[in-house]
Design a protein around this ligand. Structure first.
Ligand code: ATP
Ligand code: MG
Length: 461
């Protein structure tokens, strides 16, 4: 094996150095490996640090005080320092992934070289420690510099072992802004149908990473390479659905990708919220191909597409095993993406009540991105409407206007004191009062609301 010390120093975090030193002092080999080496060479902060070692799991467990058997059957032990965990994995060779989920067998390997060989892409197959320097057997550093995602070894063989790597190739290209090597791309295209054997959870993780990446439009490349049809066939329908309509200049699919791309994470949005928005954009128009009609004038219409897209979104996210919170939030955003409340407080309060305040805030982002993916026709008007809507929303939030029944100045026990028995009528009364308060927040006082109840003769007495 060629150890190529590039004279390149990577600043390993203290914990990582400690783990590597403990292992090497005990006579084993140990390196930081994979994504953390790639990201360090790119000057990016790695999300986590993985360590590969010649030590067997039981030796790792012996050498560290706190360990967790996270994936012991695959040779992985998590070493805990304070609240942080580091995955330490024994050099290994993976067998075939016939369930598309786990390798059928894992054999511990004798050398770092064998361990690096089982990894997916050259840029992910480098190891580093401070004594040896960078170990780069497959030209990962050159590929990093050239911006290329290239399979380690023969691409077809690697995708045959584990088809998820097909999605990972596009995911890394999208995250890093890299090109995919020709042979790797051809193999991905040829073996795409094997993705059907890969578990929904693994596909979901890669699809989500792609969706939030700087280049979500690579989903379009996956379509053209015949890959999307094996995990998101609805996207193929969208890519093939023309929109002869003045508001549009792309097919539904291209519009989706443009909208996603146009939406970069603004300050003030959490990672999770950004994910909701990018996913909602991916799904928001998938129903269009199912409700397209063409008028006598040749103009295409998509009546009711938001509702159809919502139903499809739920089905797709269930199929891909998204969590319930994501399904709920994203499908609400899909349902409301075309809402156009008047930019006046009472209308905005009602819309906030209907959607939920948090959804409303995200909805503003979704609609903006949607507009950015449309033709220029009336773009300025559309954007200034949305800005106005945003201003009114901010104002409503700032004023603290009540939006939900819980914020009413009156509650169930007040009504009971007035002689209303708990039950459906009470719910109806509260809803009526909320309607009044949404229209005019100044009437949200106990006295005024009690008067309303009497005035409208809402009690049972
Ligand atoms: P991220 O920044 O998304 O975590 P990563 O490169 O760390 O990127 P992981 O999925 O965490 O990706 O995997 C860690 C390493 O394990 C990879 O860098 C790669 O070397 C290897 N690896 C992960 N999944 C596979 C796979 N399906 N086939 C081959 N090697 C893989
Ligand atoms: Mg990782």
């Amino acid at each position: 094996m060629t150890l190529r010390d590039q004279g390149m120093a990577i600043a390993l975090p203290g914990d990582v150095s400690r783990i590597i030193n403990t292992l090497t002092d005990a006579g084993y080999e140990a390196y930081a490996v994979g994504g953390c080496v790639r990201d360090s060479l790119l000057g990016r902060a790695p999300a986590d640090w993985d360590i590969t070692t010649s030590a067997l799991p039981r030796d790792v467990k012996r050498l560290f005080r706190r360990t967790v058997d996270t994936g012991i059957q695959h040779g992985t032990v998590t070493v805990m320092f304070k609240m942080k965990g580091y995955e330490v994995t024994t050099y290994r060779i993976d067998g075939h992934y016939s369930d598309g989920r786990h390798p059928d067998s894992v054999t511990f390997a004798a050398s770092l070289e064998e361990d690096l060989k089982r990894r997916d892409f050259t840029i992910n197959a480098m190891a580093y420690n401070s004594a040896v320097g960078l170990v780069d057997i497959f030209g990962g550093k050159d590929d990093l510099e050239a911006g290329i995602v290239r399979a380690v070894g023969v691409a077809e063989e690697r995708f045959n072992e584990d088809a998820l790597r097909i999605m990972r190739a596009f995911r890394f290209a999208a995250q890093l802004g890299f090109a995919i090597d020709d042979e790797t791309r051809k193999a991905a295209s040829k073996l795409a149908e094997n993705l059907q054997m890969v578990s929904a959870e693994r596909i979901r993780i890669e699809l989500t990473k792609l969706a939030v990446s700087p280049h979500p439009e690579l989903i379009g490349e996956m379509y053209r390479a015949g890959i999307t049809k094996y995990f998101l066939p609805e996207m193929d329908e969208a890519m093939e659905c023309a929109q002869n309509n003045i508001h549009h200049c792309f097919t539904v699919g291209e519009h989706i990708l443009e909208a996603m791309k146009s939406f970069e994470k603004p300050a003030g949005l959490t990672d999770r919220e950004f994910e909701y928005i990018r996913l909602a954009l991916l799904l928001h128009d998938l129903g269009k191909s199912r409700c397209k009609t063409t008028g006598d004038d040749g103009v295409d219409h998509f009546h009711g597409h938001a509702k159809i897209s919502e139903a499809m979104s739920r089905e797709i996210m269930k199929r891909l095993k998204f969590d319930n919170e994501t399904i709920k939030t994203v499908s609400a955003l899909v349902l409301y993406h075309d809402a156009r409340p008047e930019p006046a407080p009472a209308y905005v309060r009602r819309a906030m009540n209907k959607m939920g305040t948090d959804i409303f805030r995200l909805f503003l982002c979704v609609q903006k991105a949607d507009i950015m993916g449309q033709s220029d026709y009336k773009r300025e008007e559309k954007l200034s409407y949305l800005e106005e809507l945003g201003r009114v929303y901010e104002q409503v939030v700032e004023t603290g206007d009540p939006i939900t029944v819980a914020e009413l100045a009156i509650n169930g026990s007040d009504l009971m004191e007035m002689g209303v028995r708990p039950g459906p009528l009470m719910g109806e009364i509260l809803k009526k009062l909320l309607d009044l308060v949404l229209e005019d927040p100044s009437c949200n006082t106990k006295q005024a609301l009690k008067e309303k109840v009497r005035e409208l003769n809402l009690t049972e007495e």
